[in-house]
Design a binder for this molecule. Structure first.
Ligand code: FMN
Length: 250
C-alpha cells in the first residue's frame, strides 16, 4: 500500500516530542493513534503493523511488529536473544533458537534499513532511542558509512576480544559474509591460518598503544579467495573523558 500523503502538521507535532519512548507511553495512555519516530523519516504506527516513510508504507509481519514493540519499549537497553524469543514467538512449544532471532532482526533491518539496532556480543540487541537534537548529518552518519564504497568496520575495544560492532555493506560484499555472521567476532577470522604475517605485529602494537596504523594483510573471503587488504585502523576517543571507545577500520 502506498500512502498518497502525510499530514505535515501531524509530523511537526511528533517532531517536538523528545523520545519515542515518551511518545509510546503517551500513545498507550491516551489510546491514540499517534506515531513513533523510529529514525530519519521512518514513523511507526503502534496500532497497526505499518511503518510510514516519505515514499510510502512498509508493512510488517505480526512477529516483526511484536519485535519492534519490544525493542521500542526497551530502547537503549540491550535485550537478550532469549527475551526476544519469548516475547515474539507466541508458540511456546518452539525451542529457543538464536538463529531464528538473528533472522528476525535481520528481516526487520531489511524492512527498515536505517533502524539503529546494535548487535552486542553474546546475542544481545539494542535499539537506539531516536534523538531529535541530533543534527541532520548525524541521522545519516550510519547510512553514509553503510553506503561508502570502501569497507568500513567499527570494533569495540571495551568488550572482550575487541569484536566487530559495525560492518558496512562494502565490507560484507568484499568478503562474502552477512553482517550477522561477522558482528560480535574479532577480525582475525579473515586471516585464515596466516597468523604470522608481518603486518600483524605492527597492528597488534598499534592497538596496544591506541594509535592509528596502516598495514597490508592477507585476508580470505568466505569462499577462500585471497584478498590483499590495506587496512587503516584509528582509535576513536570520547572527547570529554578521553576514554577509548572504538576502533575504526577502513
Ligand atoms: C578496527 C579494526 C579493523 C581490523 N580489520 C582487520 C581486517 O580487515 N583484516 C584482518 O586480518 N585483521 C583486521 N584487524 C586485526 C585483528 O582484529 C586483530 O587485531 C589482529 O589479528 C591482531 O590480533 P591477534 O593477534 O589477537 O589476532 C582489525 C582490527 C581492528 C581494531
Amino acid at each position: 500500500m502506498v500512502l498518497g500523503f502525510i499530514d505535515v502538521s501531524y509530523l511537526h507535532y511528533f517532531g517536538r516530542l523528545d523520545t519515542f519512548k515518551t511518545l509510546f507511553d503517551y500513545n498507550s495512555r491516551m489510546n491514540q493513534s499517534l506515531m513513533v519516530k523510529l529514525c530519519a523519516s521512518y514513523y511507526w504506527d503502534p496500532n497497526t503493523q505499518n511503518v510510514i516513510t516519505k515514499s510510502g508504507c512498509v508493512e510488517l509481519t505480526p512477529n516483526m511488529t511484536r519485535l519492534l514493540k519490544l525493542l521500542v519499549e526497551q530502547c537503549d537497553k540491550p535485550l537478550e536473544g532469549m527475551t526476544i524469543f519469548l516475547h515474539v514467538w507466541e508458540d511456546y512449544d518452539k525451542e529457543y533458537n538464536p538463529r531464528s532471532v538473528r533472522n528476525l532482526i535481520s528481516n526487520l533491518r531489511k524492512r527498515i534499513p536505517c533502524l539503529p539496532i546494535e548487535n552486542h556480543y553474546g546475542g544481545r540487541y539494542l535499539l537506539h532511542k531516536y534523538r531529535e537534537s541530533v543534527p541532520d548529518i548525524g541521522e545519516y552518519v550510519m547510512e553514509i558509512l553503510d553506503q561508502a564504497k570502501n569497507g568500513v568496520v567499527i570494533t569495540d575495544p571495551n568488550m572482550p576480544d575487541n569484536p566487530l560492532v559495525f560492518v558496512n555493506e562494502a565490507f560484507c560484499t568484499m568478503f562474502g559474509y552477512m553482517p550477522e555472521e561477522v558482528l560480535g567476532r574479532n577480525c582475525r577470522f579473515l586471516q585464515g591460518n596466516e597468523r604470522d604475517q608481518p603486518g600483524l605485529t605492527e597492528l597488534r602494537r598499534a592497538i596496544i598503544e591506541r594509535r592509528d596504523v596502516t598495514v597490508t594483510l592477507r585476508n580470505y573471503t568466505k569462499i577462500g579467495e585471497l584478498i590483499y587488504s590495506e587496512v587503516t585502523i584509528s582509535p576513536i576517543f570520547d572527547k570529554k573523558s578521553d576514554k577509548l571507545k572504538y576502533f575504526l577500520g577502513i
